[in-house]
Design a protein around this ligand. Structure first.
Ligand SMILES: NC(=O)C1=CN([C@@H]2O[C@H](COP(=O)(O)OP(=O)(O)OC[C@H]3O[C@@H](n4cnc5c(N)ncnc54)[C@H](OP(=O)(O)O)[C@@H]3O)[C@@H](O)[C@H]2O)C=CC1
Ligand SMILES: O=C1O[C@H](COP(=O)(O)O)[C@@H](O)[C@H](O)[C@H]1O
Length: 491
């Protein structure tokens, strides 16, 4: 087997004392190290205001990766690559000290001046940090330097543009890696492979053979500790603007002429441009918002959204959204793309179901309305894999067809939102592959569409709560498909 490229790099984490660093970034760097995807020539610099020392950071790093370590592994060597630097991103003197530290580490670890600046901090700091990095010449090293930006990228199109302008005045587009962690998921990356490596799917991948596509991302958790962020965001900004529209783009794009970052992005952008804009009336008919009330999940009583925190008592924020998208291009004209996502639903699952059109007359159905259309399910999580729903005769008695499934499950016990996605994305960033990061044009087009819906909703207070915790959302989300003669497939 070929040895993976082992980049030499200093990774600078802004917000190293925070939740994301602890839960995702440290474990991911460790896995890269374990898997031989990072050379010994690396260092990680953790920045935040807290008065930690190198030792405290190293203890935290070791604690965060606890379970991933096998007993015979030497964690000491790994954590010795981590350095802490107390830092206030709003204070100019911090940046001067950082330059000095980076130069020392570059000498010590021979990292050839390659730098990743990972902004694991509240988004209101992104612009300031990018500009200060430029002002103090920190992005101008002997090697390459790249900026990784977490979500949310803006609150709407206008603020996203403003943020983008700030960042672009310091970094070029090809130095900017906007994270969408869904693009690091194994089965999201597999969408292209399933489509473009299989004639039996790609030849049928159009409005002649597909009746509708459904994308569901349901969560059991509520807002947990993130009430302040979430209430200012809602399900549409939190999940649709980024993860769901990215999956839509990958599912519907034309085959790129080659598998390069630019060609793939260019095809994704065309899909986002082809989403039919909706007027106020159409939005009311084809987008449903919801907010969870109290209910029961796994036998336990759970409170309503408005009861989760004091500041949510009168909230009009949607914790659920379902909608119908229409794509105005030759391949997809007339095929509804249904999306839905929400918190406190029945189960945790992200699944794409492609429903194929029926044959003109099925000799094997019991009754006229007893349809078992062929379904291709792409199971993003959990149980990553694909299933293909066909009809066959199961027993030798009778001539009727019954639904059967061909299933392929990836042997990945990764669970949900695990470091694997971040591990892949960090590695891609280190090797300079931006394919699985979002380009500004994709961000802008997604905001434009989402803004049109949120604009209409902001004019009217909703009648919330309108779905029970532990359910699959408001009834209106089911009616949305029923009007078209479809129903949501189980996820
Ligand atoms: N947590 C998660 O699972 C996810 C997070 N994200 C995004 O990642 C980013 C970080 O989130 P998260 O880790 O949860 O946030 P936290 O609030 O847990 O961490 C924020 C970090 O910023 C540091 N900080 C705050 N102010 C300053 C300052 N003036 N100067 C230097 N450091 C500062 C804090 O450290 P200190 O107080 O010591 O200064 C802390 O390390 C956000 O953009 C979030 O939206 C995205 C997806 C998932
Ligand atoms: O970006 C986000 O995603 C998570 C869901 O991610 P998953 O990998 O667990 O499916 C969501 O809970 C969170 O609100 C949102 O900010």
């Amino acid at each position: 087997m070929n040895q993976p490229v082992q980049p030499k790099v200093v990774i600078v984490i802004f917000g190293a004392t925070g939740d994301l660093a602890k839960r995702k970034l440290f474990p991911s760097i460790y896995r890269l190290y374990q898997h031989g995807k990072i050379s010994k020539n690396f260092a990680v610099v953790g920045l935040a205001r807290r008065e930690w020392t190198d030792e405290v950071l190293r203890e935290n790093v070791a604690a965060s990766i606890g379970e991933a370590v096998s007993p015979d592994e030497d964690l000491e060597e790994f954590v010795s690559h981590f350095f802490y630097h107390p830092f206030d991103v709003t204070d100019d003197s911090s940046y001067q000290g950082l330059d000095h530290l980076l130069k020392n580490l570059e000498g010590q670890y021979d990292t050839e001046g390659n730098r990743i600046f990972y902004l694991a901090m509240a988004p209101n700091f992104f612009g300031t940090i990018a500009n200060k990095l430029k002002e103090y010449g920190l992005e101008n090293s002997d090697g390459w330097s790249r900026l990784v930006i977490e979500k949310p990228f803006g609150h709407n199109l206008e603020s996203a543009k403003e943020l983008n302008n700030q960042i672009r005045s310091a970094f070029n587009e090809d130095q900017i890696y906007r994270i969408d962690h869904y693009l690091g998921k194994q089965m999201v990356q597999n969408i292209e492979v399933i489509r473009f490596a299989n004639g039996i799917f790609e030849h049928l991948w159009n409005n002649r053979f597909i009746s509708n596509i459904q994308i569901t991302s349901s969560e059991v958790l509520g807002v947990e500790e993130r009430a302040r962020y979430y209430d200012n965001s809602g399900a549409t900004r939190d999940m649709v603007q980024n993860h769901i529209l990215q999956m839509v783009a990958l599912l519907l794009m034309e085959p790129p002429i080659k598998l390069s970052t630019d060609e793939i992005r260019s095809e994704k952008i065309k899909v986002l441009r082809a989403i039919r804009p909706l007027d106020k009336n159409e939005i009311s008919n084809s987008f449903i918002r919801g907010q969870y009330g109290s209910g029961e999940i796994n036998g336990e009583a759970v409170p309503s959204y408005r009861e989760e925190a004091e500041e949510l008592a009168d909230s009009n924020t949607e914790t659920f959204v379902a909608g119908k998208l229409l794509i105005d291009n030759y391949r997809w004209a007339g095929v509804p793309i249904y999306i839905r996502t929400g918190k406190r639903m029945t189960g945790k699952s992200t699944k794409i179901v492609i429903e194929f059109k029926d044959i003109p007359m099925n000799l094997y159905y019991k009754k006229d309305n007893d349809r078992n259309p062929n379904l291709l399910s792409i199971n993003i999580q959990p149980n990553e894999g694909i299933t293909l729903g066909l009809n066959a005769r199961k027993s030798s008695e009778g001539a009727l067809a019954e639904p059967i499934q061909l299933a392929y499950n990836l042997d990945e016990t990764s669970g949900i939102n695990t470091p694997e996605a971040y591990e892949r994305l960090l590695y891609d960033c280190m090797i300079g592959d931006a394919t699985n990061f979002t380009h500004w044009d994709e961000v802008a087009l997604s905001w434009k569409f989402v803004d049109s819906i949120l604009g209409v909703w902001s004019e009217e207070k909703a009648d919330f709560p309108n779905y029970k915790s532990g359910s699959m959302g408001p009834k209106a989300a089911d009616e949305l498909l029923e009007k078209d003669g479809f129903h949501w497939w189980e996820v």
